[in-house]
Design a protein around this ligand. Structure first.
Ligand code: PMP
Ligand code: G9A
Length: 400
């Protein structure tokens, strides 16, 4: 009835595959490797209960009031302090921290303040679906950089940038998830991190480091964030409480040069006035009282076991012609099927066998690479992982 009345932007909106798939995971008989859901067992329910009771008694009125768009100052201070002490970021103070209603909102704000139609955005291929949804109304042109087991191939990046420069094109930003990438599960090596920052400097580019999974390392050596290697204030860092506390809070933060924070604040004012104050106070206590640092190892323990079970099950059941990544952390791994197998066409057959994944092509702006899929290992139970991999192996075998 209103179709003709919708704006051009609204007419062009497309649903996120993941959001649609979430509906499937709510069907109890389907084993879902699809949505990027944290395991409910990882939610610190009791601690949050204690914190809420204490807060209501002592700061009840403040936590129930509107807050400033930038976020609750004591929370911004706690995050700035943690970024300096734990992550080794330099020169970060309250003014560099913006509290977000999810890092998804951070992506949306960055699109809103930086992207004109046709502007070039460098992304990893495959990349997080949510950046494609957040950026869609702003109509960027994507340049995709391939990855391997060591993350984005920065040599390819350099070649691409050289070519673009020769054509007179300056990209607006490089968007990367360097640690336990979504969807590929791979981590950018230290060498490449340094190389990326050198290239960004040479070509004078903004780097967006999206880091929802960085704290969830099960194996391998910790690597510095891009932001910690940033000596020129060109990295915008996005952190979130979704995977280390609970995603229901919709609570995340941006650490960036003040100039960018101020512009994002203006854009955010029109969206939600401020992030929910109640959650900010709770998360502040979770950080300040040391609960977060005690809680993270318990999540790691839970997920490491799940990753191991998934890798063992894949080794045991998947055909030899299928390949997958072996993540050192995070929530996902990436499967490459033989060229002739189309994971999109195969999907209904998997659902018939009561197992779900995300079709890999959804993570590419052009929806190519049909022979790929993403598997999440954090949400299913250990038994479901074993059974689901067996079912999926049968579905794949039937395609070969
Ligand atoms: N970026 C990446 C790479 C993600 O995987 C996610 C969540 N799956 C988000 C951003 C959004 O997270 P949130 O809005 O919950 O902070
Ligand atoms: O629920 C969402 O949309 C967040 C999950 C993202 C993902 O699965 O990558």
């Amino acid at each position: 009835m209103w179709e003709n009345e919708f704006s051009e932007i609204a007419k062009a909106l497309k649903a996120s595959e993941i959001r649609e798939l979430l509906k499937l995971t709510q069907q109890p008989d389907i084993i879902s490797f699809a949505g990027g859901l944290p395991n409910p067992k990882s939610f610190p329910v009791n601690i949050i209960g204690e914190i809420v009771n204490d807060l209501l008694e002592n700061e009840g009125a403040k936590m129930l009031q509107y807050g400033s768009t930038e976020g609750v100052n004591s929370f911004r201070d706690a995050l700035a302090e943690r970024a300096v002490n734990v992550y080794g970021f330099k020169n970060v103070s309250r003014e560099n921290v913006l509290i977000l209603s999810g890092s998804q909102q951070g992506l949306y704000l960055l699109a809103k303040i930086f992207i004109n139609p046709g502007d070039v955005v460098i992304i990893e291929a495959p990349t997080y679906i949510g950046i494609l949804t957040a950026f869609q109304s702003y109509k960027p042109s994507y340049v995709e950089i391939e990855m391997d087991d060591y993350g984005m191939d920065t040599t390819l990046l350099e070649e691409k940038l050289k070519k673009l420069k020769a054509e007179g094109v300056k990209p607006k930003m490089i968007y990367t998830i360097p640690t336990f990438q979504n969807p590929a599960g791979v981590t950018m090596s230290l060498e490449r991190r340094k190389h990326l920052m050198e290239i960004a400097s040479e070509y004078d580019l903004l780097v967006v480091e999206d880091d929802p999974y960085g704290e969830l390392r099960f194996s391998g050596e910790a690597l510095p964030h891009l932001k910690a290697l940033d000596t020129e204030d060109r990295v915008v860092y996005l952190g979130t409480f979704s995977k280390i506390m609970a995603p229901g809070f919709r609570l995340a933060y941006m650490i960036a040069p003040e100039e960018i924070i101020r512009k994002c604040v203006l854009a955010k004012q029109g969206i939600d006035l401020c992030t929910n104050t109640f959650g900010q106070y709770i998360a502040r206590e979770f950080v300040r009282k040391g609960y977060l640092d005690k809680h993270i190892p318990t999540i790691i323990e839970l997920y490491k076991e799940k990753r191991d079970i998934m890798l063992d099950s894949l080794d045991e059941h998947f055909p030899e012609s299928v390949h997958w990544t072996r993540p050192d952390g995070g929530m996902f791994l990436w499967v490459t099927l033989p060229d002739k197998v189309d994971a999109e066409k195969m999907f209904p057959k998997a659902i018939e066998k009561k197992v779900a994944y995300v079709i890999g092509s959804a993570f590419y702006p052009k929806r190519d690479h049909k022979n790929t899929m993403r598997l999440n290992f954090t949400y299913p139970t250990n038994e479901q992982i074993k059974e689901g991999v067996k079912r999926l192996a049968d579905v794949i075998r039937a395609e070969l």
